[in-house]
Design a protein around this ligand. Structure first.
Ligand code: GLU
Length: 324
């Protein structure tokens, strides 16, 4: 080991569950990889509760996500249950931060009031996961200006981010070099409701920046969102984190793991007395970290963890793999 301190900045990763329902095997796989990546580099981990999607938040799901993750053998340095230097680790308690960012965007005319698509506005509070991307916004309201927003009936519009044509390139830790023109391929996106309630894209960027996150590990259905977020980082002049988008867990029908594939909730396995090591073992095998699915504790995977070993294809969770 060198006698001098390393010059590379410390890694700060995060686990960002959405308490819109129970955490399942698919979420667990992404959280395990985020944890392994940060911890294997002696990095710090933050747990942030992403609960801004008010109508879809399930009572008790935030505490359950914490319990599930701890049961799996994962832990963190800062979070709603352990505290830390941030005033809160729960998004609904951080609204003033998002409002401040929104004010900056308005001031700079980078957002405009948009009276289109109620359903898209409603959906914007949550991350757009597989199959939820929707068509590109055609720019119907793009001629509106933030300065004249008071002419609209309060509550009748959302705020949309004015994207640019410039081609952005992201060096993703798993997907490699990926590029996209946000305006042409994705279009202007919703950033807040009229009352200033943030959309996922705004909250996630403000929080990742404020919490000093250097590494974002999440499902690869959010890769398009990384480009949207890159545009926000560029606007604010903030350094984006390193993105690592991991392939999803899918069912035998090729669709993102969901209720239709049976009960894969961690809480169900926990209640049935299944050992968490069995779940970690299956996930480690699914990622290519172990040759078999033999039970193992998450911390036993740290010593030889490397992103180079992680499978770049989705993991098909079959009927036979159910633990119960
Ligand atoms: N809370 C988000 C989700 O569960 C995470 C999004 C992200 O990691 O950026 O979908």
């Amino acid at each position: 080991m060198p006698a001098f301190p390393s010059t590379s900045p410390p890694i700060v990763g995060r686990l960002a569950p959405s308490p819109t329902g129970a955490q399942h095997v698919g979420n667990a796989r992404t959280f395990l990889l985020a944890w392994l990546s940060a911890r294997s580099q002696q990095g710090k981990l933050i747990l942030r509760m992403e609960d801004i999607d008010s109508p879809r938040i399930k009572p008790g799901a935030a505490q359950q996500a914490i319990d599930d993750l701890r049961w799996l053998g994962l832990e963190w340095d800062e979070g709603p249950d352990v505290g830390g230097p941030q005033f809160s680790y729960v998004q609904t308690e951080r609204l003033p931060l998002y409002e401040q960012a929104l004010a900056q965007l308005k001031q700079a005319e980078r957002i405009y009031p948009c009276t289109c698509t109620r359903s898209e506005v409603a959906a914007a509070a949550s991350a757009p996961h597989a199959g939820q991307e929707g068509p590109r916004y055609p720019g119907t309201c793009a001629a509106n200006t933030a300065a004249l927003a008071s002419r609209f009936v309060p509550g009748s519009f959302a705020w949309r981010f004015r994207t640019t044509d410039e081609r952005l390139t992201i060096h993703d830790g798993l997907a490699g070099e990926v590029s996209c023109s946000v305006n042409q391929e994705l279009g202007d996106f919703v950033i807040a409701k009229a009352d200033g309630t943030p959309a996922y894209q705004l909250a996630v960027v403000v929080d990742d920046h404020a919490m000093g996150i250097t590494e974002v590990v999440r499902g690869d259905d959010l890769l398009p969102s990384a480009f949207r977020q890159q545009q926000l980082y560029d606007f604010f002049g903030w350094q984006p984190p390193r993105f690592i988008h991991v392939p999803l867990v899918i069912g035998e029908d090729g669709r993102r793991l969901a209720k239709r594939h049976g009960d894969t909730r961690l809480a169900t396995f926990r209640a049935a007395g299944i050992a968490p090591e069995r779940i970690i073992g299956l996930l480690a095998w699914s990622c290519g970290l172990r040759p078999t699915a033999a039970p193992i504790h998450a911390r036993e995977l740290l010593a030889d963890f490397s992103w180079q070993r992680i499978a770049k294809i989705p993991f098909v969770f079959t009927e036979q793999m159910h633990f119960t």
